[in-house]
Ligand binder design. Structure first.
Ligand code: FE
Length: 130
């Protein structure tokens, strides 16, 4: 059986380019819309090429005192320079940043996962309180 915690890597986002960085706007009181920006490589840039890129960022919210997290959404990044001419031959690239909106009646913890096609799964968390 796989130990799920060992599948994830995490680190200080100021030094490690794979960690999804979270920032929020709003959410200062119950039931108010919260905008969540999730970006990989905010401080230390991550490559974005056909061979090495961030494929997606996924976001969950676990309300305080509840057992299970809720899935809020996923941003997929699907253009990485590939074209009919081969790898890194187009000028079209998606950047690995997503914007999510949600509301909650309870404080809790945002959990972001990101996936690099070479360096695997990464995770970060942020508490929301009001
Ligand atoms: Fe990587």
């Amino acid at each position: 059986m796989v130990n799920m915690d060992k599948m994830y890597q995490t680190a200080d986002w100021k030094k490690e380019k794979h960690v999804p960085v979270l920032s929020i706007e709003g959410g200062t009181k119950k039931g108010e819309w919260i905008q969540v920006h999730a970006q990989v490589g905010q401080e230390v840039g991550h490559p974005n090429t056909t061979g090495h890129h961030i494929s997606w960022i996924k976001l969950f919210f676990k309300p305080e005192g509840e057992k299970y997290p809720y899935e809020l959404g996923q941003a997929n990044f699907n253009a990485h320079g590939a074209s009919v001419k081969g790898a890194d031959s187009s000028t079209v690239y998606t950047h690995h940043k997503g914007l999510f909106m949600f509301k909650t009646e309870k404080p809790g913890t945002l959990i972001a996962e990101s996936y690099c096609n070479i360096h695997g799964l990464w995770k970060n968390e942020m508490d929301i309180s009001f």
